[in-house]
Design a protein around this ligand. Sequence first.
Ligand SMILES: NC(=O)c1ccc[n+]([C@@H]2O[C@H](COP(=O)([O-])OP(=O)(O)OC[C@H]3O[C@@H](n4cnc5c(N)ncnc54)[C@H](OP(=O)(O)O)[C@@H]3O)[C@@H](O)[C@H]2O)c1
Length: 295
Amino acid sequence: MRCLNIIGCGSLGQSLARLWRDNEVFQIGHILNRSIESAQSAVDYIGDGTAAERIEEIIPSDSYLIATADSQIQASAEALAASRKVDSNTLVFHCSGVLSSDLLSSLREQGASVASAHPLRSFARPILSKEEFSGTYCAIEGDDKARVVLSKAFEAIGASIIAIDAKDKALYHAAGAIVCNYLTTLMELGLQTYEESGIERDLALKMIEPFVRGTLDNFFAVGPVKGLSGPIARGDCETIESHLRALEDWSQPKADLYRLMGQITLELSRKQGTASEEALQGLEALLKGSKRTSH
Ligand SMILES: NC(=O)c1ccc[n+]([C@@H]2O[C@H](COP(=O)([O-])OP(=O)(O)OC[C@H]3O[C@@H](n4cnc5c(N)ncnc54)[C@H](OP(=O)(O)O)[C@@H]3O)[C@@H](O)[C@H]2O)c1
């Protein structure tokens, strides 16, 4: 079995290390955090490994995970390279979603095979079992040898592997922010709009729950084109015009955002084909118009 040393073993490092150890994928070697107390508590949680206080204490191994915060990965890689603990048989990887394996080039220069492997899920709460982790998508890029070993290691704990190009990682990560973080933002904007219309936030939250859940269920059941409903799908220019007027009276930036979202919605409506071409052109003029809608 391969032996994994971990530099930076917090939320993600502890969950993955425990899953790998429980499923006999990696044995855990040394763990180095900023403080020895934190490294020891990671060892206690994982049930394997040895806490190290300094990089010099780490016994060289065939595999290293650098799971510090993103801002510390390159410095940690350079410190590992300076300690001369890697060679052509060593695998080194990090798990950042936005940064690529090029961050580990100081180790690649010493012959190590390097990669990044990003599991698309939150580790804010510890993940205790393979059942819980199963179905997590993991985007991997990097050197061939490293990709093969890491694909097997993640598959062994239930992940589905997808390949990503190093140059596309920032866009890949932005997509995650859009679908996850901005979905929250979009619902917050909806609540603010209900409040502006005189409906209290607590009531609005209750009102939208079945509405939003139904939309999401429909989206995943039939996809965005078939799943689209509402005035842009129907080609209802008058309703969109009245939305824009009301939003502009309240907040021009919010009206601008509505227009931008509307333009993407219009592309879906075109593909759906429910609205007439004339109505679609009318909607396009309204949604692309930067001037205030006439009262
Ligand atoms: N958390 C997630 O949901 C998630 C999901 C996907 C990917 N990721 C990626 O996983 C990586 C780790 O994220 P995380 O959320 O697990 O971070 P975290 O919980 O903040 O843990 C980071 C750990 O790194 C240690 N550390 C920081 N700087 C160090 C250094 N210079 N030398 C040695 N150890 C150092 C910290 O030690 P102390 O405990 O002593 O402070 C801490 O234990 C990041 O690349 C992140 O982008 C995270």
